[in-house]
Design a protein around this ligand. Structure first.
Ligand code: PDD
Length: 287
């Protein structure tokens, strides 16, 4: 069955939705995006994603395509029109179609941003079997640009990282810069040692994960110790546990890093507990 998607004010069957070949998202990767998960037909942490979208747009001098209330209404309309129970809503804003190709930004008075949203159904995503077994990762060099705090659609290297992981027979890659882990290809990275949760501090080196913010808040509320600092792959391989967070994976245990098995090779208690708390609390505040 065809999805209904949203493009610049219109709800359309996906086959009829189009964007110009002169769109700067296509020509220059000049765009930003957000991914909001949906559980039980409700949006998880919409407010957090809206705040980060506004920040990404602002950092790139890009106009907001509409108000947050309008964005919320579009998200909800897509959930309804697609009967979405569990899954994700992807939102992309680009600097629009100036009608030609030019490196300079177009005048925002005459070139409006392009706004596209679409759904991806993932029934039962909160009960992913991977959460029971945990995932395996390899490390690769982080050669992305220096503004990873802006959620841009420049996803070529993260895609290459996923392919390197696939080729190595594992699930994902952790990116390493100057000897320290920055984050996963599409998630934030954590280790646990003696009950203490360690994750890299916020800066322009990593995306400021919305799930990260919630998980660290829940961990602190549950009296768990949190330390925000960089860590190496060697330290991670010696850790008791590891995990990743993202809007689509929630909290996902990591059981192997570059071939080194963590603990007994099964998801650890801290990751399992945080996943439970995150899902329970997020469902309560979903809208
Ligand atoms: N990725 N770091 C990177 C590089 C990411 O791409 C993501 C999200 C995260 C986690 O952010 P959040 O908790 O706000 O989802 C961290 C999304 C899910 C994606 O690209 O599909």
């Amino acid at each position: 069955m065809s999805r209904t998607v949203y493009v610049n004010g219109a709800y359309l069957p996906e086959e009829e939705a189009t964007v110009s070949i002169f769109d700067r998202g296509f020509l220059m990767a000049d765009g930003v995006y957000e991914v909001t998960s949906v559980l039980g037909g409700k949006l998880i942490d919409f407010a957090g994603h809206a705040v980060r979208l506004a920040r990404s747009l602002n950092e790139l001098d890009m106009q907001a395509p509409c108000t947050n209330d309008e964005l919320l209404a579009i998200h909800r309309e897509l959930v309804t029109r697609n009967d979405l129970i569990d899954g994700m809503i992807y939102l992309q804003v680009t600097r629009g179609n100036p009608g030609d190709r030019d490196f300079a930004f177009p005048d925002p008075a005459t070139t409006k941003p392009t706004l596209v949203l679409f759904t991806q159904s993932k029934p039962g995503m909160a009960d992913s079997p991977l959460a029971q077994t945990g995932i395996k990762v390899i490390s690769i060099e982080d050669i992305r640009w220096g503004r990873r705090d802006i959620k841009t659609v420049q996803l070529l290297y993260p895609s290459m990282g996923k392919m390197m992981a696939k080729k190595a027979g594992v699930d994902d890659a952790w990116l390493v810069e100057d000897g320290h882990v920055t984050e996963g290809t599409s998630n934030n990275a954590y280790i646990v040692k003696n009950g203490r949760i360690i994750t890299r501090q916020l800066s322009s080196d990593i995306l400021h994960g919305i799930t990260r913010a919630a998980v660290l808040r829940f961990a602190t509320e549950a009296q768990m110790e949190v330390e925000e600092r960089p860590f190496t792959i060697a330290e991670a391989q010696e850790a008791d546990e590891a995990f990743i967070t993202s809007a689509s994976a929630f909290v996902m245990p990591v059981v192997e890093i570059d071939g080194a098995v963590l603990g007994n090779g099964t998801p650890g208690p801290v990751a399992k507990r945080l996943r439970e708390i995150y899902l329970e609390e997020s469902r309560k505040t979903a809208i």
